[in-house]
Design a binder for this molecule. Structure first.
Ligand code: DSN
Length: 415
């Protein structure tokens, strides 16, 4: 595949080669990343990228949509079947545009929204002041409880009763615990709010049956397709029939122009893959790996936010190890582990420094790694902290990470 590019553009071919080598040789632990299948990648690199298809299947503004109509219909039908939803819009280019569509389908600028604070694990698009969601709407935020570092739904209920938001938002990008959809629904009902759940991080866990589904409880569910769901980079909206027309109209022409038909077809492949028993097994292993990694880290004196995990990610507060999140991220890079610094709840450090690192198991689980490898990774992390400043010792630890990577080859047929 890279050779096709090499003949035309050697500089970009070199980037592809280097990135393949990086992904093969590093322990990828960014919680929002994964390794999608060769079938998904082949579909993204197909002739469907050439096609304009503004509109929806059967009702397009362009001729020649016969084949892409089949692809989009398959993607929609599979998304609704996979998640038990009434309707799906598979056109959002990303989770952010899915959320923009959701907001504008139900709200007017200036309306009040209530979402989890970014610094407590929430997402930019849930009302952060620098994002459309905070620029166009009156955003207020809930936080996790200081003692338990989990969401206190009674306190959230009280806050919602005071604030009376028009939209209540659930979902997070750095929250290691399961969500209580019954509580969220009853809070939304009590204050007359629309309930949006952004399941981007946990979509694969929901599809694989290891996290409760938000779909029966929410007015609208948004997602990405590339995190735990392991599909192409893109967005997704699930909703009830009564909201479908408004959401479709807001996604196109309201928010987006031409849909990316190669990505939509690749979403169809991803949904098909996620319907298989092997994906349910994958989802179970993702969570089991996170739990083993968490337990091993705690045995080694690492402090986990909320004391553990119910999902695919861990948030490690590294303050007691004498490090900032930034320093830990850099240290992990030196020993062959890719992760990201992350604020922890009530963080005293700036978002550029932070007190934590976020670790995820989606990508390593895709490689086939299991509990033994998670224990070895926890040991490498502990040794890295002890060996900081000792380049020879860190190089030896990097060798142990490389050994793990070699034992679980990635994309063996890709070159
Ligand atoms: N940037 C994503 C993440 O890393 O969680 C969320 O959009």
């Amino acid at each position: 595949m890279h050779d096709v590019v090499r003949r035309v553009d050697p500089e970009i071919a070199a980037v592809l080669d280097a990135e393949l080598a990086r992904q093969r040789d590093q322990l990828e632990m960014i919680a929002s990343e994964n390794f999608t299948s060769p079938a998904v990648m082949a579909t993204m690199g197909s002739t469907l990228t050439n096609k304009y298809a503004e509109g929806y299947p059967g009702k397009r503004y362009y001729g020649g949509c016969v084949n892409v109509d089949v692809a989009e219909s398959l993607a929609r039908d599979r998304a609704t079947a996979l998640f038990g939803a009434e309707r799906a819009n598979v056109q959002p280019h990303s989770g952010a545009t899915a959320n923009l569509t959701a907001f504008l389908s139900f709200l007017k600028p200036g309306d009040k929204v209530l979402g989890l604070s970014l610094s407590h694990g929430g997402h930019l698009t849930h009302g952060h002041p620098v994002n459309f969601s905070g620029l166009l709407f009156q955003a207020v935020h809930y936080e996790v409880d200081q003692a338990t570092e989990t969401i206190n739904y009674d306190r959230l209920r009280e806050q919602a009763k005071q604030e009376r938001p028009k939209l209540l938002i659930g979902g997070a990008s750095a929250y290691p615990r399961a969500w209580d959809f019954v509580a969220l629904r009853s809070i939304a009902d009590e204050v007359g709010a629309i309930l949006l759940f952004d399941m981007a991080h946990i979509a694969g866990l929901v599809a694989g049956g290891v996290h409760a589904s938000p779909v029966p409880f929410c007015d609208i569910v948004t997602s990405t397709t590339h995190k735990t769901l392991r599909g192409p980079r893109g967005g997704l909206i699930l909703c009830k029939q009564e909201h479908f027309a408004a959401i479709n109209k807001m996604n196109f022409p309201g928010v987006q122009g031409g849909p990316l038909m190669h990505v939509i077809a690749a979403k169809a492949v991803c949904f098909h893959e996620a319907m298989q028993e092997s994906f349910r097994d994958y989802a179970r292993r993702m969570v089991a790996n996170a739990q083993v990694l968490g337990a091993s880290l705690m045995e080694r004196g690492f402090r986990l936010v909320s004391g553990g995990t119910d999902n695919h990610l861990l948030l490690v507060n590294v303050t007691n190890k004498g490090l900032t999140g930034k320093e830990m991220e850099e240290l992990l890079e030196k020993v062959g582990i890719t992760a990201n610094k992350n604020t922890v709840p009530f963080d005293q450090q700036s978002p550029f420094v932070t007190s934590g690192v976020r670790l995820g198991t989606p990508a390593l689980t895709t490689r086939g790694m299991g509990p033994d490898q998670m224990r070895e990774i926890a040991a490498i992390m502990e040794s890295a902290v002890t060996a900081r400043g000792d380049d020879a010792a860190l190089a030896a630890l990097k060798g142990r990470s490389s050994e793990l990577c070699r034992a679980f080859p990635l994309y063996p047929d890709l070159a």
